[in-house]
Design a protein around this ligand. Sequence first.
Ligand SMILES: [Fe+2]
Length: 335
Amino acid sequence: MSSNADLIISTGFQQNGLPVLITPPKGNETADQVNRKLWQIYSDSIRKAAASHLSVSGGVLFRGFAGEQTQEKFCNEFAKLFADHLLSYEFGSTPRTDLGDGVYTATEYPSHQVIPLHNEQSYTLNWPLNIWFHCVVAPKDGGETPIADSRRIYNKIPIDVRQRFESKKLTYVRNYGNGLDLSWEQVFNTDSKAEVERYCRKHHINFKWKDGAELRTWQKCQATAQHHTTKEWVWFNQAHLFHVSNIDLATREILLDVVAVQDLPRNVYYGDGGEIEESILAEIRGVLEQETVYFPWQQGDFLMLDNMLTAHGRSTFSGDRKIVVAMANAYSQPL
Ligand SMILES: [Fe+2]
């Protein structure tokens, strides 16, 4: 426990110091300050604390700053302490609602589904360096946003697997619509095919229109990456999530009765087109599980992650849960 210009900073909140917990000092504020402007009063200290701790721990949890402002607007304002411009969710892979001003709902998958750990948009060549999660309504049962240190994952993946992934890289294949996944109109935020083609060309995404109206894309991407400032290597891909083995066997069989394997909503291969061994994906999932850190959400929490250093996911939950998300600082690395 230490203080940074009067904030309370705990690096021992969870295992491996992830996330660092940062709370306001206790006792000196008026009720009015607590309810309205606490995050503004401490904005300089909040920025300094994030600058000191984010690149070390990979994640910082700000708790107790929101007062009564637990809403989308607060998420936008708090995120803008750290970035002038928030990103829109382009070439997304999951359903979200655009709440305006760079704020989105967290992925709207049914509450009984686990969302495996992932670094946001690591299935493509451009990704946000920062991602923020703000808890508007804390789930009473489950619903955590588990996180994990992507450096530790990189180091724990068996070297032969890592080298195999690094040398071959990965090709992600997506087929849109057909009632099975997001439509291309949703993913590309347009109903213009020409617009889609422009986006794909600009971002090195291959595409094919099937039977006129349906779309397939495929893109070769990194399996690991080097952090832009710390120069540490991180496991940085979504092979375990895109691979068909991420779908339970019964559902997979039903799906493959309906569509050919090349038409699955999403799948991933080695960059040379070869099949990824399910045994290897099982090893990777095992490492991810070992490294996962869980903590319960509290209303008003604001979790800031370095998207390259830290992966995130979602636990199952029951009842109400509302987590909103913002992203900033688009980045890409040569393949
Ligand atoms: Fe995500």
